[in-house]
Ligand binder design. Sequence first.
Ligand SMILES: NC(=O)c1ccc[n+]([C@@H]2O[C@H](COP(=O)([O-])OP(=O)(O)OC[C@H]3O[C@@H](n4cnc5c(N)ncnc54)[C@H](O)[C@@H]3O)[C@@H](O)[C@H]2O)c1
Length: 63
Amino acid sequence: MKKILITGCLGQIGSELTMRLRKDYGVDNVIATDIRHVDGPVCDEGLFEILDVMDKEKNARSR
Ligand SMILES: NC(=O)c1ccc[n+]([C@@H]2O[C@H](COP(=O)([O-])OP(=O)(O)OC[C@H]3O[C@@H](n4cnc5c(N)ncnc54)[C@H](O)[C@@H]3O)[C@@H](O)[C@H]2O)c1
């Protein structure tokens, strides 16, 4: 299946969404991202990467 990318995963919506989508689609199919890391299940119990949606140059280099 295709992977699901969540931005702002540590926000009010993102944190609920991340845990629910991991449950429904599997931990390996959901990539949670945010500009910061916080110790806890959202960052530590699945795929997590630091990603700044405003950093156009870095995101273009990562393609
Ligand atoms: N009334 C309701 O039922 C209800 C429900 C959900 C949310 N809300 C409110 O809506 C607002 C929005 O909620 P939300 O969860 O979308 O936002 P949020 O402010 O809770 O979280 C945003 C997340 O995005 C991250 N972020 C900020 N800049 C970023 C960047 N440049 N790149 C990547 N990530 C970045 C932050 O670190 C944060 O973790 C909040 O104020 C929330 O309280 C209300």
